[in-house]
Design a protein around this ligand. Structure first.
Ligand code: CMC
Length: 389
């Protein structure tokens, strides 16, 4: 107050301190709790990284297995909540279904959702980690008109998720180990990214005293937009449009540079990374590997590589320091796994969930937290009289 500065998009303003994730955008460094993303992606698991983000240290073997066990015990959705999906059209975008069902989850735990009660916070951390993948898989099943499966709690986190998505009632489902490890790796790469738009949304909503379910449902809605998590879906749509139109990649890049119809090169550019996105580097490395191991060849991957090469040698992109971001190659891999395009951002949401939970909890535990309330610079009319007064 008294010192309001205008900062569209919060380019210069920190709204919090945080000890969770470190990014150096000039050097392309990303670390969770000090551990380089490259090491975690190679050696860790989704749940181990979730624990690391939430509690600050890597879990011991006992802590990790107890955490995993606890999550497996909470995967079931109330049968009434399963019927909630029938109220939505089968054409519904799975991201809308995901956020709506997450908000609805809150209604089942109204007496156990006090942000100041540590037991509630622990319980709902586990509930969210256990149930979001199930909701996500049901959003998928609904969109393809198939029956929902019950979680198979003999399986680990990622394998259970794959079975819920691709298993069919009354048939055995064998998890493909290559697919499982590849998905686990992609999820790890998405687990946190400090104060991005969806995490800031979770914090802002949480700063009002709203519970975890409500805060995360809001985060899912923020992630849905094409400039954020929705970019992975938008990349695949863009590649498909280029292929189907027969337009050359050069011509498409020209249109991007001329800002014709506001067209952007989706999957390029980042607010923070100005030399490269370390996640994109890891995803690109695994794209060829995973497609080959799954026995899939996809001309869209070649198109993406051609697009990247042409863009990277072009002054427009060089001057603006625009490089492929995490979303540029993920879609091609998700597609090879068999996920429909509209599930891509849902996969991002499952990846980002541990980060959202960690930030929500960090904020609650920070004595300096206040309700988030940006300032404005008023540009409207000065006082005037209502006619006849
Ligand atoms: N294609 C063409 N031009 C671009 C692009 C792009 N993808 N990204 C930025 N620019 C241009 C932009 O038009 C501007 O040019 P000028 O100075 O002539 O007006 C300049 O580069 C600076 O861009 P900006 O919009 O000021 O940058 P920002 O930090 O506000 O936006 C961004 C970052 C990620 C929203 C943006 O780069 C973008 O829209 N990219 C495409 C969408 C995308 O891939 N999003 C995923 C982000 S990574 C994963 C995630 O967080 O979800």
């Amino acid at each position: 107050t008294g010192h309001t500065t205008l900062d569209y998009g919060f380019v210069n303003t920190a709204a919090t301190k945080s000890a969770i994730t470190f990014i150096d955008g000039d050097q392309g460094i990303l670390r969770y709790r000090g551990y380089p993303i490259e090491q975690l992606a190679k050696n860790s698991t989704y749940l181990e990284v979730a624990w690391l983000l939430i509690y600050g240290e890597l879990p011991t073997a006992d802590e990790l297995s107890a955490f995993d066990e606890r999550i497996r015990r909470h995967t079931l959705l109330h049968e009434d909540l399963k019927r909630f999906f029938s109220a939505l059209p089968h054409t519904a975008h799975p991201m809308s279904v995901l956020s709506a069902a997450t908000a609805a989850l809150s209604t089942y735990y109204e007496n156990e959702s006090d942000p100041h009660n540590p037991e509630h916070v622990e319980l709902n951390t586990v509930r969210m980690l256990a149930k979001l993948p199930v909701i996500a898989a049901y959003a998928h099943k609904k969109s393809v008109g198939q029956a929902f499966l019950y979680p198979d709690n003999s399986l680990g986190f990622v394998d259970n998720f794959l079975k819920l998505n691709f298993g069919v009632l009354s048939e055995d489902y064998d998890v493909n180990a290559v697919m499982s490890r590849a998905l686990e790796r992609l999820l790890i790469l998405h687990e946190d990214h400090e104060q991005n738009a969806s995490t800031s949304t979770v914090r802002l909503v949480g700063s009002t005293g709203a519970n975890q379910f409500s805060s995360i449902s809001a985060g899912i809605n923020a992630l849905y937009g094409p400039l954020h998590g929705g970019a992975n879906e938008a990349v695949l749509d863009m590649l498909g449009r280029i292929r189907d139109s027969g337009e050359s990649v050069e011509r498409f890049v020209e249109r991007v540079k001329n800002k014709e119809d506001g067209v952007k090169l989706m999957g390029f550019g980042h607010r923070v990374y100005k030399n490269y996105d370390p996640r994109a580097k890891l995803v690109k490395e695994s794209a060829d590997e995973v497609l080959e191991a799954l026995g899939v060849s996809d001309p869209l991957l070649d198109l993406a590589k051609e697009l990247e090469e042409i863009a990277l040698s072009d002054d427009y992109f060089k001057e603006r320091r625009l490089y492929p971001n995490v979303d540029f190659y993920t879609g091609v891999i998700y597609k090879a796994m068999g996920f429909p395009t509209r599930m891509f951002t849902v996969l991002f949401a499952i990846g980002r969930l541990p980060g959202w939970l960690a930030h929500w909890r960090e904020m609650q535990g920070d004595a300096q937290t206040k309700i988030g309330r940006p300032q404005q610079l008023y540009t409207g009319a000065t006082e005037r009289q209502y006619p006849g007064v």
